[in-house]
Design a protein around this ligand. Structure first.
Ligand code: MN
Length: 239
């Protein structure tokens, strides 16, 4: 459920949060402003998907999206709101909750839920119908420079997806000005390790098992070939 807040402080919305939210965020309903995702609000809202449930089919089915968004993503939002209610974290933006609790042993559960909310929102934005294939020119040149060509990049990204042992995420990220392929376990993400994420693929089994069963590599390849939102990655790179 969205909580409607009227006293929005625009300065609390960082450029990154704005970009992430740009796909579906600021919607005026009558005179009421619904906050962009990531902006300070309690409770944290489940952001709307940037496309219809069935829009990624046949590569990711509406059935998968229904469970993944409606149960898993929503579950992390609900858990997070229960965990932060009445605490100092309750009024912080999502990204701040995540960075504040990262690496803190007694706040691990809060971090896990906050990061999973953030990661899933980033994952939905990383995908779009009729996406994938060769990246746009500028980003493509950077990929060529970093990995020696798109095909090499693609192979390495699929390999990262496959070799992340257990649950986690594969990312295209920037570290020290250079593009990197990064894999993270569970809820971890490159942002808390000083990197700038550009794009992600969820490699938890719930992301692909209904459609691909054990074939995680086929799922990753299908996303790269048909669904990856390169414009989102390029916008994050430029931000
Ligand atoms: Mn997931």
């Amino acid at each position: 459920m969205h909580k409607q807040v009227s006293n929005v402080d625009a300065h609390e919305v960082t450029r990154r949060e704005f970009l992430i939210g740009a796909g579906a965020a600021v919607a005026a309903v009558g005179a009421t402003l619904i906050l962009p995702r990531g902006a300070a609000a309690a409770p944290i809202a489940l952001p709307p998907l940037p496309w219809a449930d069935g829009a990624l089919a046949p590569y990711v089915s509406a059935h998968t999206i229904g469970f993944h968004y409606g149960k898993h993503h929503k579950g992390y939002v609900d858990n997070l709101n229960k965990l932060i209610a009445g605490t100092d974290l309750a009024d912080l933006p999502l990204e701040k909750i995540m960075t504040t609790t990262a690496g803190s042993a007694d706040k691990q559960t809060i971090f896990n839920n906050a990061a999973q909310v953030w990661n899933h929102t980033f994952y939905w934005e990383s995908l779009k119908p009729k996406g994938g294939g060769a990246p746009p020119k500028d980003l493509g040149a950077k990929i060529d420079q970093a990995f020696g060509g798109y095909d090499t990049f693609k192979k390495a990204f699929i390999d990262a997806s496959l070799t992340q042992f257990g649950s986690g995420w594969a990312w295209l990220a920037v570290k020290d000005g250079a593009l990197r392929i990064v894999k993270t376990p569970n809820a971890e993400n490159p942002l808390t390790q000083g990197m700038k994420p550009l794009l992600t693929i969820d490699v938890w089994e719930h992301a692909y098992y209904l459609d691909y069963q054990n074939k995680r590599g086929d799922y990753a390849a299908a996303l790269l070939d048909h669904l990856v939102n390169w414009e989102f990655a390029a916008a994050n790179l430029a931000a």
